[in-house]
Design a protein around this ligand. Structure first.
Ligand SMILES: [Zn+2]
Length: 497
């Protein structure tokens, strides 16, 4: 029954966002969802060369990570829900935490990929002097620094701008049901010594962003407390606000990013996992799914907190998405309305699987960052495999069901270390990176022993928290945790190792 429903769903809906969750329960259709986002962005599927304002040809090791100060993002945003516009004042205090001298600074502006999506007002240095010699091309705003920025030096920038939010079912966009603001502000991408800024082309599959850790101070004001239809607006975000009059004031640090979403339809429920508040925001069409969405999320949070290490924030928001996917941000996860609509009361469901998947990203994406475009397996394979940990702990009798339904049913093919630009469609991408990635980790765990594998994961997390991990980091550390000959295993799943 579920198979039929899901096939119908896949056939009848136009857009299927091929991004984070990579799941479709028992969906054996060979249809290829047309687009990652259904958007207008560049169809280019080749990675860009990072722009390279590097001065040091031979990078030194970066300063000790634990001592690094965070770049600060202070944002005040006023949203007009009905006209879909946001006025923003932003201050960035950027700290050069690389080992390289920098002579220019790059801001990535995802909203500028949409027609009239980003209108720059003013841009100035900390002292108010305008920055005149900038270039803004597609998503990249680049300008020279007045003087070389040495490691651990900081520089302040002020910006004002207007966002025109596109009408699209996506993590950044508005529909009749909600307005989503993921990746909505200009930010400085990671800088890789010897390579340059970590900037990747938008692809039709997967995610292309990478983020340094930063500290966020965000003030949100709604132009009107209600939508045009009279419905009271609810704001959900990466952290919980202090209300200051009609201003929602958030602090979120250290974190990869800050996302928020507004709707006049959200039904709000919350629970606690120890000191962590888990808040659920769902549409009012399927009340029997709302509580399970909350409890499965909370349960996964508790399990991963025990297995992997402490969840780093005081709150987690879980938001029903008016698009066909799950999507993670730091402190906020989206779950497709489809998972709620087709929830039948059974934890053998996409609602449970993908809730666990998105929660796992709080470790594999939030704490441990990676180049999502070129090495998506680092966060996606680990988050998919974490679903198994969830079932083993929460529903041990269904661990085999998870293997059969989530992985083996699809007879996945492809290289685990595919980039987001290589697979010829959503299913080949999901099969190679998510499903075969989980198969690799499963075989690795059997080969190493469960305890040893978990202690490897724990150390991988410890070493790479707040950093950008690479496949090399993964395999170098792995070699310290096992003396087994992994060459045949790795050779059967990876093409470049
Ligand atoms: Zn994912």
């Amino acid at each position: 029954m579920k198979t039929t429903i899901f096939r119908l769903l896949l056939v009848s809906l136009v857009i299927l966002i091929a991004a984070c969750q990579g799941g479709s329960q028992s969906a054996s259709t060979t249809l290829d969802p047309p687009s990652a986002t259904g958007l207008t962005p560049s169809p280019t599927v080749n990675e860009t060369e990072p722009t390279a304002p590097v001065l040091s040809p031979t990078p030194d090791p970066p300063p000790e990570e634990s001592l690094l100060p965070l770049s600060q993002y202070a944002l005040t945003a006023k949203l007009d829900y009905d006209s879909h516009e946001v006025l923003v004042e932003q201050h960035i205090s950027y700290v050069n935490t690389t080992a390289s001298d920098l002579i220019e600074l790059l801001l990535l502006i995802e909203p500028n990929q949409y027609p009239a999506g980003f209108e720059l007002g003013e841009i100035s240095w900390e002292n108010g002097d305008p920055i005149a010699d900038y270039s803004l091309v597609e998503r990249e705003l680049l300008f020279p620094l007045p003087q070389t920025l040495s490691p651990l030096d900081s520089i302040g920038i002020n910006l004002s701008y207007r966002l025109k939010i596109p009408n699209q079912n996506a993590p950044y966009g508005y529909t009749d049901r909600q307005t989503n603001l993921g990746d909505w502000y200009p930010y400085v991408p990671p800088y890789i010594p010897g390579e340059g800024w970590l900037v990747r082309e938008v692809a039709f599959l997967g995610e292309h962003m990478a983020y340094d850790m930063a500290a966020f101070d965000v003030q949100i004001q709604l132009a009107n407390p209600t939508a045009a239809n009279g419905g009271l607006l609810t704001v959900a975000a990466s952290s919980l606000p202090e209300m200051e009059g009609d201003i929602y004031h958030y602090e979120h640090a250290p974190a990869r990013n800050f996302a928020w979403t507004v709707s006049d339809q959200y039904q709000v429920q919350e629970t606690q996992v120890d000191e962590i508040t888990v808040k659920s925001y769902s549409f009012p069409f399927h009340p029997s799914a709302d509580l399970p969405a909350l409890t499965e999320t909370a349960s996964a949070l508790s399990i991963f907190d025990d297995l992997f290490g402490p969840y780093p924030h005081q709150a987690l928001s879980i938001v029903e998405a008016d698009f066909l996917d799950g999507m993670e941000y730091d402190g906020l996860i989206f779950l497709s309305h489809a998972f709620y609509d087709y929830y039948t009361g059974d934890h053998r469901s996409n609602l449970s699987i993908i809730a666990a998947h998105e929660v796992a990203h709080q470790w594999w994406y939030g704490l441990v960052g990676n180049d999502q475009a070129l090495e998506p397996w680092l966060d996606e394979a680990l988050s998919t495999f974490s679903e198994l940990y969830y079932y083993e702990k929460a529903y041990p009798e269904d661990a085999d069901w998870w293997w059969e339904n989530r992985i083996l049913f699809h007879d996945p093919q492809g290289w685990v270390d595919s980039t987001i630009y290589e697979p010829a469609g959503f299913y080949p991408y999901r099969d190679a990176v998510y499903l075969r990635g989980a198969m690799f980790l499963g075989e690795l765990r059997e080969l190493m022993g469960h305890e040893n594998f978990l202690s490897f994961l724990n150390e991988y997390l410890e070493r790479n928290s707040h950093r950008q991990a690479t496949g090399d980091d993964f395999f170098e550390l792995l070699s310290e945790h096992t003396s087994a000959d992994l060459s045949a295993l790795i050779g059967s799943y990876f093409t470049n190792r």
